[in-house]
Ligand binder design. Structure first.
Ligand code: SF4
Ligand code: SF4
Length: 440
């Protein structure tokens, strides 16, 4: 079978076999959940509960009137113990609602619909917003915003991203194997909400069980399931669009400008659960993996569950941990505090042993151009790195720093172990901060 792909990228050790056959188990909700009011790309929500309040599972606890806002719900029932700053997996402290779980799971769900595909376009969008759904693949962009492109834009393709190219993670893989009908219903609801004519589901070749599962259930709905080369970052939106329908998203642009909207498998499943079952976004599938944990697996986890609870359920650390990542090894964020909670974009936790996580020692650039060859955004990483090191932000922009998708391929491939991505990220942050200062 012919596989589709994109230019650039790398083939890291995927290590997915640690958990790819592990059925999704349900993690017992902890005695206390910490629910950050910032779990998405955009403005944080404002709390609408206070210390001492009783909340039900699924009850709205945070709201936002900002354009890029998303609603936040209680993932358990119980008493609000505090609304205060708590450690967040971004490394910052974020205002969070702390709930003591009463173990009753007394629900406060939205209305159920036994035939949700009959909902109108506006009703689906409204339900997606009410349920607080954001992209579950990591970026956590509010889903309703993606479903609402400008009026003069027509969307002809909805792409469901089942590539899960990040090493170690298998949450999407298991969702496609275990919940194919729900993923497909979610895809149809998303397509209806954005008026997309066609649906394509892209699955990487290292998930053949998921590919066959989706193919078997999708064909009767007129949905194409396409096999993709197993290459990182196949799941990047621009790379996926190029591979599947050979369209280019403009520089610094968004997929809707190419007539496409991309959603993740987990997002499709969350949309089904919201529209059919009335369940707000209060739980997600999380992979816990790596040589540093005893029992790698996949779990349904209530949002707000501290990392330490998941690590303990997975049998605890093997020896001395060297690094705990929120996410996988290519794009994951290293954690300093295991009290940080799972949020809407947490697809996995990867644990490395101390002997496997030695600090890098950067050497001078040998001008081999390997970073250029692998960059899927067609950039010159070494040039942007040099500009960033010299605080030459305008030149960084000129060389496309804002088009960097932060995949880390350049850093991964560099024989001199240079911190290319880190310098490019610094340039991006400086450029964004300067723009913000100009508009204030
Ligand atoms: S420059 Fe950015 S997009 Fe290109 S390889 Fe490096 S991290 Fe990826
Ligand atoms: S891969 Fe590393 S050594 Fe090679 S050109 Fe890029 S920065 Fe220089």
């Amino acid at each position: 079978m012919k596989k589709k792909s994109f230019r650039g990228g790398v083939h890291p050790e995927y290590a997915k076999d640690l958990t790819s056959e592990a059925p999704i188990k349900t993690l017992i909700p902890p005695t206390e959940v910490i629910i950050p009011l910032q779990q998405h790309m955009g403005a944080p929500a404002d709390p609408i509960v206070k210390k001492g309040d009783y909340v039900r599972m699924g009850q709205l606890i945070g709201e936002s009137n900002q354009v890029l806002g998303a609603k936040v719900h209680a993932s358990v029932s119980g008493e609000v113990m505090a609304v205060e700053l708590r450690p967040h997996l971004t490394g910052r402290s974020v205002r969070s609602v702390v709930i003591r779980n009463d173990g009753q799971d007394t629900p406060a769900f939205l209305e159920r619909n036994c035939d949700p595909i009959q909902l109108s376009r506006a009703a689906i969008r409204n339900r997606v917003a009410e349920a607080g759904i954001v992209g579950s693949g990591g970026a956590a962009f509010p889903t309703v915003i993606k479903l609402s492109p400008p009026d003069d834009i027509s969307i002809d393709y909805l792409i469901i991203n089942g590539s899960e190219c990040e090493p170690y993670l298998t949450a999407d893989d298991r969702m496609m194997v275990e919940y194919p009908e729900d993923v497909i219903l979610g895809a149809k609801l998303l397509a209806k909400a954005c008026d997309a004519e066609r649906i394509i589901i892209g699955v990487e070749e290292n998930k053949m069980q998921a590919f066959h599962s989706m193919h078997k259930h999708a064909s009767s709905h007129g949905i194409d399931v396409v096999l993709l080369d197993a290459k990182y970052p196949q799941g990047g939106e621009k790379q996926l669009i190029k591979a599947l329908i050979n369209r280019e998203v403009p520089s610094n642009g968004l997929p809707f400008q190419a007539g496409v909207i991309v959603h993740n498998v987990g997002t499709a499943l969350a949309v089904t659960q919201a529209c059919r079952d009335g369940m707000p976004f209060i739980r997600r599938v999380v992979t816990i993996s790596g040589a540093g944990v005893n029992d790698p697996s996949n779990y349904w986890v209530r949002l707000g569950t501290p990392f330490k609870e998941i690590i303990a359920t997975a049998g605890g650390f093997v020896g001395e941990p060297g690094k705990v990542l929120a996410g996988g090894p290519m794009m994951g964020l290293a954690q300093f505090d295991l009290d940080v909670p799972v949020i809407k974009g947490t697809s996995g936790i990867t644990v490395f042993r101390r002997e496997d996580s030695k600090p890098l020692d950067p050497m001078p650039c040998i001008k081999c151009a390997r970073c250029v060859d692998v960059c899927p955004a067609y950039l010159l990483p070494t040039r942007i790195e040099a500009y960033s090191m010299n605080a030459m932000w305008d030149e960084s922009v000129e060389y496309g720093a804002m088009d960097c998708i932060e995949c880390g391929c350049c850093t991964y491939i560099c024989p001199s172990k240079r911190f290319l991505l880190q310098w490019i990220r610094l340039a991006k942050n400086e450029i964004i901060s300067a723009k913000r200062r100009q508009t204030e």
